[in-house]
Design a protein around this ligand. Structure first.
Ligand code: URA
Length: 181
């Protein structure tokens, strides 16, 4: 992971470089069995250089605690490592520039499970254009890793009625995770 981060360097591979404060590489356990992949840094993440530390991040921390894990036991990162202006969705060229680094992170960590948070993460990793509402709720194979798509915590903040679905997804994930122990 240290090599990947140093290869990323002071990355200027896409136009997001000009607006960022910090690259948000990822954080957590390098030998994690479970990786959470979000979309991209928001305001707080850009300020601090850490993934999921804003409002959505606090909800993610609770979700992780609800499956009896801590942020230190899992690895958390994003599809793109720099904040898009006004938190717009990442554009295809930005994803294309950044994805090789995430792919290397996944290859280095070799998790048993990936939880893809929201449409951008799920559709990018699964190379799919199926809506997240239809992708979620089951495991997919991602290069031999079991991948569970679920709703993004920022979406849950706006749509609390979707928390039940995420809890169903997390229960499936937890069951398989414990089975691997
Ligand atoms: N939303 C994301 O997708 N990632 C973060 O790191 C923070 C908010």
């Amino acid at each position: 992971l240290t090599d990947i981060c140093s290869d990323l360097g002071d990355c200027q591979r896409c136009k997001l470089a000009s607006g960022r404060t910090h690259i948000v590489f990822g954080s957590g356990q390098a030998a994690a069995k479970l990786m959470f992949v979000g979309e991209g840094p928001g305001f707080e993440e850009d300020q601090q250089g850490e993934p999921f530390v804003g409002a959505a991040g606090q909800l993610l921390t609770k979700i992780i605690a609800a499956i009896n894990l801590s942020r230190k036991q899992v690895y958390i990162c994003n599809i793109i490592k720099c904040r898009p202006p006004a938190n717009r969705n990442p554009e295809p060229d930005e994803i294309e520039s950044c994805l090789p680094f995430l792919e290397r992170q996944i290859a280095a960590i070799q998790p048993d499970f990936i939880c893809a948070l929201g449409k951008i993460a799920a559709q990018t990793l699964l190379k799919s254009d199926v809506p997240i509402s239809r992708l979620r709720g089951r495991f997919y194979d991602y290069n031999g890793i079991r991948l569970m798509p679920t709703y993004h915590p920022a979406y849950l903040l706006r749509n609390p009625d979707k928390k039940r679905a995420v809890w169903e997804d997390m229960k499936m994930l937890m069951k398989e995770y414990r089975y691997e122990d």
